[in-house]
Design a protein around this ligand. Sequence first.
Ligand code: NAP
Length: 273
Amino acid sequence: MVMKGKKGVILGIANKKSIAYGIAKACQEQGAQMAITFLSERFEKKLAPIAQELECGTRLYPCDVSKPEEIVALRESLKEDMGEIDFIVHSIAFAPKEGLSGRFVDTPKSAFNVAMEISVFSLVEVAKELKPILSKNASILTLSYYGGVKYVPNYNLMGVAKAALEMTVKYLAEDLGKDGIRVNAISAGPIKTLAAAGIGDFSFLLKWNVHHSPLKQNVTIDQVGNSGMYLLSDLSSGVTGEIHYVDSGYNIMGLPAVDFDEKGKASIAWNGE
Ligand code: NAP
């Protein structure tokens, strides 16, 4: 039981397809005690059975990260109900739909600002506001995607946000390292979730990843969950500021997968079907 005695909070469970749910399940299976958050009352009812299943009891709190007062209120509730906590999962992203398809040059300023606020700055704000209740060896984890490193069709504004998020992880890791707090990200391969549904022709990305990753498959929330649990646990006590890929190895590929004929001549292995 790697997480026995650990307590934490998970932000970003929308349903049982959420990456955050995969991480929460892996932590629970290893003995962690958790609280989870919901965005608005509309989602509270949906999350109640999930909180029950994860044995969170009544530890289900509102937290819209665009409202600083809700982050402060979250800290106060956690302090009262759990005391110190050992880990935070930040599995949150949002960009208005006009930032997730079409020409990047047309990205509206308002969409840009919203994406940066919800998907990037919220990590800094959550870390800052929850720091007073973090234990000495606490671990913070966020979620990124390869579209923050290289161009990915339609990922557009979210790619810029993920690039900023990955550097935010590194600067936070250096700063909070002074307090013994670790900060890491998982860069997950594409997974069909609610957030992913907002990205133009996401099903093409899923197919592309299967054909062009070394493992020839898409990752699951259980696989991301287990790696997340490792980064939140003391097993990774020497790891901080890391962007850890859980993507069937896709990020190592310099060229798309190719086939070789009998003369050793290479051709593209996939016809797009
Ligand atoms: P998801 O299930 O839709 O989770 C996204 C979560 O962000 C939802 O719980 C959503 O809440 C929450 N959220 C949005 N705005 C918020 C706000 N203002 N305050 C608080 N919470 C807010 O999708 P997911 O794919 O698991 O996404 C989780 C993270 O993984 C994101 O950072 C995403 O970019 C990243 N990621 C996803 C993939 C993928 O292919 N799915 C790959 C790599 C990285 P509501 O649902 O209640 O709006």
